[in-house]
Write a protein that binds this ligand. Structure first.
Ligand SMILES: Cc1cc2nc3c(=O)[nH]c(=O)nc-3n(C[C@H](O)[C@H](O)[C@H](O)COP(=O)(O)OP(=O)(O)OC[C@H]3O[C@@H](n4cnc5c(N)ncnc54)[C@H](O)[C@@H]3O)c2cc1C
Length: 417
């Protein structure tokens, strides 16, 4: 089944009886060439590119819940390619290019909207950092523009520009940045993988990883044992738990991140906006809700729900930046489990166990990475060599100190990833 304007018209005129299921519901086979553990955005995109670009056939994605039940369906959907650090910047640049062709590639409307992202700055020092970031982003071939306060006042008239503590000095705009409908991304990749023969097996929890003589043999699941030549761990917030099944201890902590949405309003916020001095960022969904978030709850947890002090903290930051938000009623809040690495950058690498691969450490920024992560992880699993855009995401950087140690004062470039 292909989506097209003609198909929509025909179905509309004939009672919408010709739409099929987006993917099959197969029973697990006894053996696969490749098993992907985790049916989130990264697992599904990995399976899709393995089948599409490398022509591999016997692939299964094992998901303990249903497709889209993890962070892929819980995030605030911001997509951008304005990372500063070499290693990260080329990877996110690769990802944004894949986003730009994704709907055509998947034949699926993921509601990709390049509405632009604006990072505000509030001091001379922050302006210098923004200029430096803009230069680096432009050098790698992506777009970045500095906006003056006068330009911002015209574009975002509802911000509080002159308040005493954090006056707005300007903003850094990336026009190609924006948002997409998160669960449509999961559904689009799932459908594309299924069409290429990948078995998507839902309600199938991996409870053990079989290793013999240093070589992976397969997995134990809630639906029985499944043999496999290669296994990829792609379980985001559950990475440490699943890796522990193969005796590995990862440099990852799982933390809660919350998000919030208001009642539906008429269109009023046309961009993604990030406050430079507080934990607050916002965009407006196509249904009209203001979607916003802040920082981690800051304690390790596997509970996908948050605490009230962080709700208050984010609401305060929102009121500081745009007092008009106080008139909107908040409808819902929710949480997701973030796989945080010490340097804020991800891992796409082989492990010391032959045939066992790891894709993890996406922190709070893995939605924008979904296309490139799957693309690069598929490359690694199919060819056993790192993709050119993901050379720095090595697991051993935390042991050797080489690579991307850049956040929280652990390396030379503090907080610039
Ligand atoms: C509130 C919030 C806001 C965010 N905002 C943004 C944003 O604006 N932009 C951005 O780029 N990123 C954002 N993120 C981060 C982004 O959502 C994640 O980094 C990304 O979705 C993680 O990858 P994933 O989609 O594969 O994860 P998931 O969807 O969590 O996929 C992992 C899957 O593995 C499955 N699984 C776990 N254990 C097992 C097991 N034992 N057996 C089988 N299956 C298993 C889980 O059920 C899950 O479905 C946000 C996250 C949250 C929570």
């Amino acid at each position: 089944m292909r989506f097209s304007a003609l198909k929509i018209l025909t179905e509309g005129l004939t009672g919408n009886r010709g739409w099929g299921a987006h993917w099959r519901d197969p029973e697990p086979a006894e053996e696969y060439d490749i098993i992907i553990i985790g049916g989130g955005g990264h697992g599904l995109s990995t399976a899709y590119y393995l089948a599409k670009e490398y022509g591999l056939k016997k692939i299964a994605v094992l998901e303990k819940g249903h497709i889209g039940s993890g962070n892929i369906g819980r995030n605030t959907t911001i997509i951008r390619a304005n990372y500063f650090l070499p290693g990260n910047s080329e990877f996110y640049s690769h990802s944004l290019k894949l986003w730009e062709g994704l709907e055509t590639d998947l034949n699926y409307n993921v509601m990709h909207s390049q509405r632009g992202q604006i990072g505000l700055f509030h001091s001379d020092g922050q302006r210098d950092a923004a200029i430096r970031r803009a230069n680096s982003v432009r050098n790698q071939g992506d777009d970045a523009e500095l906006l003056s306060v006068d330009q911002l006042r015209k574009m975002l008239p509802y911000l509080d520009y002159d308040q005493g503590r954090f006056p707005i000095y300007g903003g850094l705009l990336q026009r190609r940045a924006g948002t997409a409908r998160h669960d449509a991304v999961a559904w689009g990749y799932a459908r594309g993988a299924d069409q290429r023969g990948v078995d998507l097996i839902q309600n199938c929890e991996v409870i053990g990883i079989d290793v013999r003589g240093g070589v992976v043999q397969g997995v134990q699941t809630s639906r029985g044992a499944i043999r496999a030549k290669k296994v990829g761990i792609v379980v985001a917030g559950r990475s440490s738990q699943v890796a522990a099944m193969a005796g590995m201890r990862l440099p990852i902590e799982s933390h809660v991140l919350q998000a919030f949405v208001t009642e539906g309003l008429k269109p009023c916020i046309n961009h993604v906006i990030s406050f430079g001095m507080g934990h607050f960022y916002i965009s407006q969904s196509d249904k009209g809700g203001l979607v916003f978030g802040g920082d981690l709850d800051m304690y390790a947890s596997y509970a996908a729900r948050g605490n009230l002090p962080m709700v208050e903290h984010v609401a305060e930051a929102g009121m500081t930046l745009m007092p008009m938000i106080g008139k909107a009623r908040m409808l819902r809040s929710w949480g997701g489990i973030m796989d945080m690495t010490p340097d804020g950058s991800p891992i796409i690498d082989k492990t010391h166990i032959e045939g066992l691969y790891l894709n993890a450490g996406w922190c709070y920024g893995g939605f924008k990475a979904v296309p490139a992560s799957g693309n690069c992880f598929a490359h690694l699993m199919a060819t056993d060599t790192a993709h050119a855009s993901a050379q720095g995401f090595r697991l051993d950087r935390f042991r050797t100190g080489r690579g991307l140690m850049d956040e929280e004062g652990t390396g030379a470039q503090h907080n610039l990833h």
